[in-house]
Design a protein around this ligand. Structure first.
Ligand SMILES: Cc1ncc(C[n+]2csc(CCOP(=O)(O)OP(=O)(O)O)c2C)c(N)n1
Ligand SMILES: [Mg+2]
Length: 197
């Protein structure tokens, strides 16, 4: 796996996050569960089920950030972020560092991994629902810092800097089918390695 990918970003977040990590539903919750790693410093990890799952995540993360003086990170998908976009207006009031990591793969990529139509209009129009949007102007509109790193190294640098100060939106732009392909490749590599043991 090269360049910027969700699998790498989630693995890095599990290592680098400090204070509180609020994890969005859909693929972020599943990826963080798979890619979590041993840590020296404990981390408070929270998630929300809500009315249906992907609603109200940014508002909940803001509430969570108000409960302690440590930094809070929220990691969520693009569709989830669009569902709760107006809650970005809350974030400027945050007294502690608050980092919003949006994994933008242009729609609901979890549907590539569920028993729904595999391609064509049924998948695109009724499940994945691509929107072609990015979040740079949303960050500007709500007065938040913004970065769109194009490598894992740039992500790590932007993220560690964001943990130090203020409120920052970090957008990770990746192709929509990438995570399903990467997880298949990882699974095959693990099966190959375990056969050699
Ligand atoms: C309020 C609500 N509406 C619809 C759904 C159905 N749903 C589950 S996952 C998902 C797509 C989420 O997309 P995104 O946040 O971009 O995450 P990704 O799957 O790409 O990781 C949708 C629409 C839901 N769980 N909750
Ligand atoms: Mg998505």
């Amino acid at each position: 796996m090269r360049g910027l990918h969700r699998v790498g970003v989630c693995h890095l977040l599990a290592q680098l996050a400090e204070g509180q990590l609020f994890i969005g539903n859909s693929l972020p919750a599943r990826l963080m569960n798979m890619l979590g790693t041993h840590r020296q410093m404990p981390l408070r990890v929270l998630a929300n089920r809500g009315a249906s799952g992907i609603d109200g995540l940014i508002a909940t993360a803001y509430g969570v950030s108000c409960t302690c003086s440590a930094p809070t990170t929220i990691v969520l998908g693009d569709t989830s972020a669009l569902h709760d976009l107006n809650s970005l207006a809350l974030l400027k009031q945050a007294a502690q560092p608050l980092v919003v990591v949006i994994l933008n793969n242009d729609g609901g990529s979890i549907f590539h991994m569920l028993p729904v139509p595999k391609e064509g209009e049924l998948l695109e129009r009724y499940y994945r629902q691509p929107h072609g949007l990015n979040f740079e102007y949303a960050a500007k509109m709500f007065g938040l810092g913004y970065a769109a790193p194009s490598s894992l190294e740039a992500f790590a640098a932007a993220y560690t800097q964001a943990l130090e100060s203020g409120v920052m939106l970090i957008e990770v732009n990746v192709p929509h089918q990438q995570v399903a392909d990467d997880l298949k490749a990882l699974g095959a590599a693990i099966r190959g390695a375990s056969r050699e043991l």
